[in-house]
Ligand binder design. Structure first.
Ligand code: PAF
Length: 297
């Protein structure tokens, strides 16, 4: 495995691989890797000829009051894991080369970026869309892998790839959970033991929603209220039912729907979701696309 810091060297490597007819799988990360990232890397290694993982804590997706300086940085451990998983290149540019003095260009994805996480983090998705575009321009991936835990981020990147003709397939991979149900996140390490325990209300509330759906409930408000009730011990940011592709709120469950939640917990912000599809012509035939995602425990 090679570690590349330099943009030009990264692009030269990618062009050479493409000239050999090899497909490039790409997993963008901010490091502090966990099993969720590992699942994305495994998928890329299995599916693509060569795999690149980036490790870059992207300053433009943090507001001044957020945790950019204290965001966990575990580069050596990350590289050891990536090597074990079969990654070919770790791309780790430095912030000064990504955003040199005079940097002035940002990518904004309208519509799908509005609502949910944008309401409390209005800067966030512009930073994500910008850095992902820049990384794509350097790594030249055929496929890029993202986790469903960041469902709004996935929807935005899919929209952006389509709108900007980026010629990269965006692969969305299922949420990976701890054995007790908590969705894995680099920020879970901020939780105290007590907060960690309290956070389990989130996955428990989503399991309750799943049970209601399986029993035939199709009223959005009934489901949202039940989830809010289950998350009551937490400082809830949002509980919403939206169209999974556009992030537009829905009242009744029909088509591909995302039930997404966010809560603040000490210095951590936890997000989680489930996705499900109810065929428009036959609501009874509920297909839970994320069936195994919220385990019974
Ligand atoms: O999901 C993340 O870790 C980040 O938002 C990403 C996609 C690596 C961009 O910095």
């Amino acid at each position: 495995m090679k570690i590349i810091h330099d943009k030009q060297a990264m692009r030269v490597w990618a062009i050479a691989e493409k000239a050999k007819g090899r497909s490039i799988g790409f997993v963008p990360t901010m490091g502090a890797l966990h099993e969720g990232h590992a699942s994305l890397v495994r998928a890329a290694v299995e599916r693509d000829d060569v795999t690149v993982a980036s490790v870059f804590v992207n300053p433009t997706q943090f507001a001044p009051h957020e945790d950019l300086d204290s965001y966990p940085r575990t580069f050596e451990e990350d590289c050891a894991l990536l090597e074990k998983l079969g990654v070919d290149i770790v791309y780790a540019p430095d912030p000064e080369s990504m955003y040199p003095k005079g940097y002035a260009t940002y990518v904004t994805v309208e519509g799908v970026s509005e609502g949910l996480c944008s309401l409390t983090r209005p800067h966030f998705f512009r930073g994500v869309a910008t850095v992902v575009t820049k990384l794509f321009c350097t790594v030249l991936p055929d496929r890029a892998y993202f986790g469903q835990k960041d469902a709004q981020q996935c929807a935005i990147i899919k929209r952006m790839a389509e709108d900007l003709d980026l010629a990269v397939e965006i692969v969305e991979m299922p949420i990976i959970r701890e054995t007790d149900g908590l969705a894995m996140s680099s920020r879970n390490r901020y939780l105290s033991a007590e907060e960690r325990q309290k956070a389990l209300n989130i996955s428990a509330a989503l399991r309750r929603a799943q049970a209601m759906l399986a029993a035939g409930e199709r009223d959005g408000a009934a489901i949202v209220n039940a989830v809010r009730e289950g998350m009551a011990p937490l400082d809830i940011d949002y509980v919403v039912l939206v169209d999974a592709r556009t992030m537009v709120p829905v009242d009744r469950i029909c088509g591909e729907v995302l039930l997404a939640v966010a809560a603040n917990m000490g210095s951590a912000r936890l997000i989680d979701n489930i996705k499900f599809a109810v065929p428009q012509d036959n609501e009874a035939a509920l297909e839970m696309t994320a069936k195994e995602n919220v385990p019974c425990c």
